[in-house]
Design a protein around this ligand. Structure first.
Ligand code: KG4
Length: 328
């Protein structure tokens, strides 16, 4: 079989990343240039600053990705950028660069949905994983349960009605004074606490989520009692949101009879969530979770999803636009 090389390009938020991927599964390079230190002092991502820094980084990061993979532009079979969802200005930088490159080297441009990319992070970590499976997609912008029926065929079974789970983590971190990005800091502090505070867990009849109630409950409790033990607060918050994730995935398994579960998105790096999902394996359920470095935004997962779009025959024109609220 001929090797297919995709060039993944990711710029949907605050990471400029370019990766060279072989046959959708093997990383030849995955360069991630993070802007976290730049946005830290503002307590969150400032979209205009993110766009400007993507512009500054994109050529340098691409050059490094090619050098590390030891390939030339002509070895690329398809240029596969993220075109949504994400911050529109940030997306446009990676997408415009990809369009220019595709035109210059005369190779197809194939847009990738960022959520599809997060799912594909599992294909890199587990060479044997194939659809169908259920995916618990949890990131800074999305929380969904997805029935992955094929590499490019998805059915969203449930989604958040308000905040994404990562937003809730970041907000909790901010109110307890941990700073940005909050998820990893809540994770770390929670290890020293015990989940002895009961927070509301929102359940719906279907597989939807809501995280704004628990977020507000944490903020209110912290206001009422500024001396409350922050580690206990973080551990209790984490436990409540994990209970909801687990309840919904159990319901999704019952509905679909699919017992293979993959986690995806930045929040799937959370150690407590990983542990609790792993415990489900006792019930004859198989759990996959991406390598930690592939949970948060990176171009390797985009190049992998780009490969599956390529072999499915997808090809975009140079008119492809960034779509900030792109759905699966
Ligand atoms: O997937 P991602 O890198 O970006 C989006 O596509 O949204 O997710 C970023 C989110 C942030 O909210 C960050 O706080 C959260 O993932 N996150 C975590 C952990 N690591 C990253 N949340 C909880 N525990 C973690 N260890």
């Amino acid at each position: 079989m001929k090797e297919i090389i995709t060039l993944g390009i990711e710029s949907s938020c605050d990471e400029t990343s370019v990766a060279v991927i072989k046959n959708g599964r093997d990383i030849l390079s995955n360069i991630v240039d993070t802007q976290i230190p730049i946005h830290e002092k503002y307590g969150g991502v400032v979209p205009e600053i993110a766009s400007r820094n993507h512009i500054e980084a994109i050529s340098r990061v691409t050059k490094k990705a090619l050098e590390t993979a030891n390939i030339k532009f002509e070895d690329i079979d398809a240029v596969t950028p993220t075109y949504g969802p994400g911050l529109v200005g940030a997306l446009l930088v990676g997408l415009s660069y990809a369009k220019a490159l595709s035109f210059a080297i005369n190779k197809p441009l194939i847009g990738v949905n960022h959520i599809q990319g997060h799912i594909a992070a599992n294909y890199i970590t587990y060479k044997e994983l194939k659809p169908p499976f259920l995916c618990v997609m949890m990131s800074g912008g999305n929380t969904q349960i997805i029935h992955v029926k094929g590499y490019t065929e998805f059915e969203v079974l449930g989604k958040t009605r308000d905040d994404a789970i990562g937003e809730a983590f970041d907000k909790v971190a901010r109110v307890v004074g941990l700073g940005y990005p909050g998820g990893p800091k809540v994770d770390k502090l929670a290890m020293q606490g015990s989940p002895n505070i009961k927070f509301p867990e929102t359940h719906f009849e279907n597989l939807d989520f809501s995280f704004s109630g628990i977020k507000t409950a944490v903020i209110n409790l912290n206001h009422k009692d500024p001396n409350i033990n922050k580690a206990d607060l973080c551990a209790s918050f984490q436990k409540a949101v994990t209970n909801v994730l687990i309840a919904n995935i159990k319901q999704a398994i019952q509905m679909t009879n699919v017992k293979t579960i993959a986690l995806a998105g930045g929040v799937s790096a959370n150690s407590y969530i990983r542990k609790e999902f792993k415990n489900l394996e006792e019930d004859n359920i198989k759990i996959y979770m991406p390598d930690l470095k592939l949970c948060t935004d990176n171009a390797a997962m985009i190049g992998s999803a780009g490969y599956y779009n390529y072999i499915s025959g997808k090809k975009d024109s140079l008119n492809l636009n960034a779509i900030p609220n792109l759905k699966l």
